[in-house]
Design a protein around this ligand. Structure first.
Ligand code: NDP
Length: 478
C-alpha cells in the first residue's frame, strides 16, 4: 500500500513561555525549597533541558500540609458547595482558555503527540473540573447521606503518562467535596502541574487549597506518610502502590490506589474487522502504550487470526512516529530513558522466550527516547510479555477458540483494570462483560474516558474509583 508523504506541520511552541526555574507552590505562592535542591526536566523527544524544578524535602512537605490544613479549617470546608463550585468552574474555563499552551507544554515535557494532548488530555482535564463543579453543591444527592462531610487534607501522587489529566482526576473531586490538597507530580513531567498552580492563582483560589510539590519518589513517600494527611490518592506502579498501602495501614488515612494493568482486548470472528483494528491500534499505541488500561494483550479468535493480523500489520505501516509537536504524528517519544530501558528489556525477554517480534519499517530519530510500534505473535500465557506490564508500544497477541477460553485467558492475570470486547452480538458482549474481572469493559471501542464514568481496578490494579458519583466516595467521610 502506498504511504502518503506528509509535509511537516509543527505546532508552534512560542505560545509557551518557560521560566528557567520553578519553586514550590505552597499557600498560594511560589517559594524556594528549604533544602535548595533542584533537578532538571527535559524533553524526551530531544533531551533538551526545559527548566529546573525544585526538589521538595520533608520540611517543604510539612509546610505544604500545614498550609492545606489551615485552608481546610479556616476557609474551604466552611464554604457552601455553590461557592466552591464557582472556583471549580473558573478553573475549568481557564484550562479551556489556555488549552493550546497546556497542550504544547504537555507534549514538550511528556513526549506525547500534540494531537493527543490537544484532543484528549487537555479537553478531558477541563471536563473533569466542569463535571465536579456540578457536584459541589449537590453532594447531598450523591447517595452518601444528607450532609456528607469532606475528609480533610488529601496527599496525592500522580504519574507521568497523563500529567495534567491525572492532576484533574485527583484535584477536581477533592476540591468539590471540600478537601484541600497537596499534590506531587511525577519527576519527569512537572511542568503542567506548575502551570496549573498559576491557574489557581489566576482563579483567585484561596491560598493553601491547592499546593504543588515537585520532587521524586522520596518527596512522594514523605507526603503519603505525613501524619497530617487524612486521605492518600495514588496512581502509578503496583510496586509503589503496595508500599503506600503498607505505609498507610493502621492509620486513619483513607487510601485509593490506581495501579497497573494488563488488559485483554478480545476480538471475536464476527467483529467489524476495520473497526476492531482501529481499536487495537488505539488500545496499545495511544500515548506510546504508556496507559495503565492499555489493551496490551490482544486475544483473537483463531478463525479470524490471519485476517486480523494482516490488517493490523497494514495499518501499523501507516503510523507516523516522530516529533511530538508535529500535528501529523501518531506515535511520540518514550517518556524517559529509564522507561525505554524497561521496554527494551521486556521485549528482549519476549524474543528469548520464543515469541516472534515484528515492527513496521520505521526510522527512529537519533536524539531522544524512541521505540517502534511492536507486535509479538506466538505468545503463550506463561510468557513474561503476556503477564507483566510493559507500559510501552508493545502488543502481545494470543488466540482462543471459544468465549470460555477467552474469559479464562483474559482473567488469568494479577491485574484487573480494563478489557475490550469486539463482536456484533449484544448477548456475547453482556456475557463477557459480566464475567471479565476488570473495572472497565469497553465494547466495540477502547480507551474511552468520561468524567461521569467511574474508573478503577480489581485485584492488583488497585482499589477505589475515580470519576462519576462513585468517585466522590473517596473524598467524603462515609
Ligand atoms: P512509580 O509508581 O514509581 O511513580 C508514580 C508516582 O509515584 C511518581 O510521582 C513517583 O515519583 C511517585 N513515587 C515513587 N516512589 C514513591 C514512594 N515510595 N512513595 C510515594 N510516591 C512515590 O512509577 P514509575 O514512574 O517508576 O514507572 C514504573 C512502572 O510503573 C512503569 O514502567 C509502569 O509499568 C508503571 N506505571 C503505571 C502507571 C499507571 O497509570 N498505572 C503510571 C506510571 C507507571 P517520581 O516520578 O518522582 O519517581
Amino acid at each position: 500500500m502506498a504511504k502518503f508523504e506528509y509535509a511537516p506541520a509543527p505546532e508552534s511552541r512560542s505560545i509557551v513561555s518557560l521560566r528557567e526555574s520553578y519553586g514550590l507552590f505552597i499557600d498560594g505562592e511560589f517559594t524556594p525549597g528549604a533544602e535548595d535542591r533542584a533537578f532538571k526536566t527535559i524533553s524526551p523527544a530531544s533531551e533538551e533541558v526545559l527548566a529546573e524544578v525544585t526538589e521538595a524535602g520533608p520540611a517543604d512537605v510539612d509546610r505544604a500540609v500545614i498550609a492545606a490544613r489551615k485552608a481546610y479549617e479556616s476557609t474551604w470546608s466552611r464554604l457552601p458547595g455553590r461557592e466552591r463550585a464557582k472556583y471549580l468552574f473558573r478553573i475549568a474555563r481557564i484550562v479551556q482558555e489556555k488549552a493550546r499552551e497546556l497542550a504544547v507544554l504537555e507534549s514538550l515535557d511528556n513526549g506525547k503527540p500534540i494531537r493527543e494532548s490537544r484532543d484528549v488530555d487537555i479537553p478531558l482535564a477541563a471536563a473533569h473540573f466542569f463535571y465536579h463543579a456540578g457536584w459541589a453543591d449537590k453532594l447531598e444527592y450523591a447517595g452518601y447521606g444528607p450532609a456528607p462531610r469532606p475528609l480533610g487534607v488529601a496527599g496525592q501522587v500522580i504519574p507521568w503518562n497523563f500529567p495534567l489529566l491525572m492532576l484533574a482526576w485527583k484535584i477536581a473531586p477533592a476540591l468539590a467535596c471540600g478537601n484541600t490538597v497537596v499534590l506531587k507530580p511525577a519527576e519527569t513531567t512537572p511542568l503542567t502541574a506548575l502551570a496549573f498552580a498559576e491557574i489557581c492563582q489566576q482563579a483567585d483560589l484561596p491560598p493553601g487549597v491547592v499546593n504543588i510539590l515537585t520532587g521524586a519518589g522520596e518527596t512522594g513517600r514523605a507526603l503519603v506518610t505525613h501524619p497530617g494527611i487524612d486521605k492518600v490518592a495514588f496512581t502509578g506502579s503496583t510496586e509503589v502502590g503496595k508500599e503506600i498501602a503498607r505505609a498507610c495501614a493502621a492509620t486513619r488515612k483513607k487510601v485509593t490506589l490506581e495501579l497497573g494493568g494488563k488488559a485483554a482486548n478480545i476480538v471475536f470472528e464476527d467483529a467489524p474487522l476495520d473497526q476492531a483494528v482501529e481499536g487495537i491500534v488505539n488500545g496499545i499505541f495511544f500515548n506510546q502504550g504508556h496507559v495503565c488500561c492499555a489493551g496490551s494483550r490482544l486475544l483473537v479468535q483463531e478463525s479470524a487470526y490471519e485476517d486480523v493480523l494482516a490488517s493490523l500489520r497494514r495499518r501499523l505501516a501507516t503510523l507516523r512516529l516522530g516529533d511530538p509537536l508535529d500535528k501529523n504524528t501518531d506515535v511520540g517519544a518514550i517518556n524517559s530513558a529509564a522507561q525505554l530501558a524497561k521496554i527494551r528489556e521486556l521485549s528482549e525477554v519476549g524474543e528469548a522466550e520464543g515469541a516472534e517480534r515484528w515492527s513496521p519499517p520505521c526510522e527512529l530519530p537519533v536524539k531522544g527516547f524512541w521505540f517502534p510500534p511492536t507486535v509479538f505473535t506466538g505468545v503463550s500465557q506463561a510468557h513474561r510479555i503476556a503477564r507483566e506490564e510493559i507500559f510501552g508500544p508493545v502488543l502481545s497477541v494470543l488466540t482462543f477458540r471459544t468465549p470460555a477460553e477467552a474469559l479464562e485467558k483474559a482473567n488469568n492475570t494479577p491485574y484487573g483494570l480494563s478489557a475490550g470486547v469486539w463482536t456484533e452480538k449484544g448477548s456475547l458482549i453482556l456475557y463477557m462483560a459480566s464475567r471479565l474481572r476488570a473495572g472497565v469493559v469497553w465494547a466495540n471501542t477502547f480507551n474511552k474516558f468520561d468524567p461521569a464514568a467511574p474508573f478503577g481496578g480489581y485485584k492488583e490494579s488497585g482499589y477505589g474509583r475515580e470519576g462519576g458519583r462513585q468517585g466522590l466516595e473517596a473524598y467524603l467521610d462515609v
